[in-house]
Ligand binder design. Structure first.
Ligand SMILES: *Cc1c(COP(=O)(O)O)cnc(C)c1O
Length: 455
């Protein structure tokens, strides 16, 4: 048995937690996780919780999944880490070959469109790599002036400086303003709070027209459009209206800018398809993947580029067309072995096919929540959902963010054995894809009761 008290003291003395006001942390009793199995986590005092946000959106097939455990163990008996700088390794090669056959556009042509896998270790680095690749691509094509990017309001692409520069969640990012490079910002496809004061579907996708007007004036300065396909996740689980993603692809092509799809949150089945781009038959020029890649086991990411982009980096050594970027743990063999096992499970257990009834149940249960007082909007795609709490349902007046309404619901849910983490006033639900129908129904019941009790 663990000494929970000692661990808590030691945590408070030594750990600085991410996205956490540590003054508040010091006043609370944190949950300290000791183990997990399936969709459940157990803390050091033996209390069990349902992992309602997949350990921050990464877990896919549940915790302590036998096949992934075995794959990592077996790789451990070979080698834990070596480098991709000047060397290669077996699982990194096998995973790259496997990934390109799965990504959007694979199978459309005899060869995959997204064909060149550049590994790194997290979502933010995957985005940094994509931005640098897109920027350098145009220089090497001899196209001058494409020094900027177009991103969306409410976008989240990670916490490193480049990723923050293309981010649009002001509460996270404003303080770093002076450090960031300037980007063009298009309207967020956030129908519940439309920036353009339109309503869907009468708007005719005015948010796309807004993007088009930026592109038509500035395409010569823009290297790429970067978006989170279908769901702006950290911005509040904002689900884009049908046709929006497809429209962005068409605009990028029309104005000769690259399209970077950040599928760090949406990839690996979250939206009910292997990749969100698949829902609208969109093939980006560059895709970023990370969170679910290893099934939530190990930090690994990939930025996958088209052959066309890759080819622009080829030349004699003295041409300096090399992509000068890399990380110590690039292509980590343990991570790649976990990812291979994760993909095996998708196949053997027919995971995507099995999601359909769960998504239906999820939708039905969410509908019931949508009818509650102070629930302004409920949005979901696949097994990702956001429940937006509002002070006034009629006027859509939000709660002041300082009130931490989302947190109050999350803390109540915690008392009932469900771990969730909100985004401001938006309650986020994103369980592992392996959640059973019974667990899902229980989870939504707890959310409903928690909202009723605290709001
Ligand atoms: C989480 C996230 C990132 C950042 O990934 P990290 O691994 O936390 O650096 C980037 N893009 C999207 C869409 C994300 O949801």
């Amino acid at each position: 048995m663990h000494d929970a008290g000692n661990l808590e003291d030691s945590d408070k003395k030594h750990i600085w937690h991410p996205f956490t006001q540590m003054k508040e942390w010091a006043e609370e009793h944190p949950i300290i996780i000791a183990e997990g199995e399936g969709c459940f986590l157990t803390d050091v005092s033996g209390r069990r919780y349902l992992d309602g946000v997949s350990s921050l959106w990464v877990n896919i097939h549940g915790h302590r999944k036998q096949e992934i455990n075995e794959a990592v163990r077996s790789q451990l008996d070979k080698i834990a880490h070596t480098t991709l700088l000047g060397l290669s390794n077996v699982p990194a090669i096998q995973l790259a070959e496997r990934l390109v056959k799965l990504l959007p556009g694979a199978g459309l042509l005899p060869d995959p469109v997204l064909s060149r896998v550049f590994y790194s270790d997290n979502g933010s680095t995957a985005v940094e790599v994509a931005l640098k690749m897109a920027f350098q691509y145009w220089r090497q094509k001899g196209v001058e002036g494409k020094h900027s990017f177009l991103s969306l309001n409410n976008a989240y692409h990670g916490d490193t400086i480049g990723a923050v520069s293309v981010g649009g969640v002001d509460i996270f990012h404003n303080v770093f303003g002076p450090l960031l490079f300037k980007t063009f910002r298009a309207a967020s496809p956030y129908c519940y709070r439309c920036e353009l004061k339109k309503s869907h579907p009468d708007c005719g996708l005015a948010c796309l027209q807004n993007m088009e007007s930026l592109l038509s004036s500035h395409h010569q300065e823009i290297a790429a459009v970067i978006i989170e396909p279908l769901v702006q996740a950290a911005g509040g689980m904002i689900v884009s209206p049908p046709g929006y993603l497809r429209g962005v692809r068409e605009l990028a092509t029309k104005y000769n800018v690259l399209l970077i799809a950040d599928e760090v949150a949406t990839g690996f089945g979250r939206t009910g398809a292997m990749f969100a781009c698949g829902h609208e038959a969109v093939v980006p020029d560059i895709i970023c993947i990370s969170k679910g890649l290893t099934g939530g086991y190990l930090p690994l990411a990939a930025t996958v580029a088209s052959e066309e982009i890759y080819a622009a980096f080829l030349g004699d050594f003295r041409d300096l067309k090399t992509f000068f970027h890399g990380h110590s743990y690039t292509g980590n063999p343990l991570g790649c072995a976990a990812a291979l096992a994760c993909l095996d499970i998708f196949e053997h257990e027919r995971v995507i096919e099995g999601m359909a009834p769960k998504i239906e149940l999820f939708g039905k249960e969410l509908q019931a929540i949508a009818g509650m007082g102070h629930v302004g909007d409920v949005r979901h795609r696949g097994l990702m959902a956001g429940i937006e709490l509002v002070r006034d349902k009629e006027t859509r007046e939000p709660y002041a963010w300082e009130e931490k309404r989302g947190w109050q619901v999350a803390l109540k849910a915690r008392e009932k054995g469900l771990l969730i983490r909100p985004l401001g006033n938006v309650i986020v639900l994103m369980p592992p894809l392996s959640i059973t129908a019974e667990e899902l129904a229980w989870m939504l019941g707890v959310v409903r009761e928690s909202i009723r009790e605290v709001i």
